[in-house]
Structure formats: C-alpha cells, structure tokens
Write a protein of this length. Structure first.
Length: 155
C-alpha cells in the first residue's frame, strides 16, 4: 500500500509539472517590459517621429490587456484602454495554435458601419519562452513596418 501511495504521489507531481508548463492559461500585458522596449525603439527614431511614438508610450500605461488560451484552441483577448478621459473596452474571440515555441493567435472583430457589418481578421505571432509570450502583430497589407510588439506574462 505504501508503494502504491508513493507511485500515485510521483505521478501526481509529474502531471502537475506538465500542466504548469503548458501554453494554456491567462497572460497579462507586462507594461514595464513594454515601456522599456518602446523607449529603446523611440530613441532610435528620427526626432519628427518621436512625438507620436511618445503618445503611444503614454497609451501603454493606460492599457490593461489579457489573453486567455484555452484547451482545444480557443482564444480570448480582452482589453481596456483609458486614454484622454475615455475608456474603451474590447473582447475579441478567436483561435490559437502552437508550433514549436511559436503561438499564433487569430481573432476576428465584427464592427458595424452604418447598416453593414465589417469583419476584420488579425493574426498575432508570439514566441513562448517560459511563462512569457512576446507577440508581434502581423504587418498591415501594403505596409513595410512591423505591427506593435506586445509582451505578456502568464498569470
């Protein structure tokens, strides 16, 4: 009986450890890491572009963003932005898939434009390192610039 309990305990530890390292879970925006990264990039920009970039930096301080990756490939991205006295909340649903250390998250937003519904699909490619996800928005069509880099920590 004692051996059986020891084996059961060891198996429980193994399975708990496996679950701890899984990609599923909730990730929260790491504002400190994002601010540091953005400041480094802003310092390399031409002076004329730094003003707008600093405005974006101020916006990061007012953001709360979380990404929830569920078993079965479901994803939810929630965000709240308080900027210039206005609060904007958003919740986007989509899918995710993992390939090595890469996690691709695809969401579709449906917005009303008058009587029409407009669908906008976006994909974010993330690199998983430990409990951190560093996500790079895909380039917009026709643009040479990369999208924003988002840094998340697993909750």
């Amino acid at each position: 009986m004692k051996k059986l309990m020891t084996v059961a305990f060891a198996l429980a530890l193994v399975f708990t450890g496996c679950k701890k390292n899984s990609v599923e879970g909730t990730y929260n925006l790491n504002k400190e890491a994002m601010t540091k990264s953005m400041k480094e990039k802003i310092s390399k920009l031409p002076k004329k572009q730094q003003g707008f970039a600093k405005l974006m930096l101020a916006m990061v301080a007012s953001m709360d963003v979380s990404v929830k990756l569920e078993k079965g490939g479901k994803a939810t991205m929630n965000s709240t932005v308080n900027f210039m006295g206005k609060e904007k909340k958003s919740s986007d649903k989509g899918t995710w898939k993992k390939d090595g250390d890469k996690v691709m998250i695809t969401t579709t937003k449906i917005r009303k434009r008058g009587k029409k519904e407009v669908k906008k699909t976006s994909t974010v490619t993330c690199t998983l390192k430990g409990k951190n996800l560093t996500c790079q928005e895909d380039k917009k069509k026709g643009s040479k610039k990369k999208g924003m880099t988002l840094i998340f920590n697993k909750a």
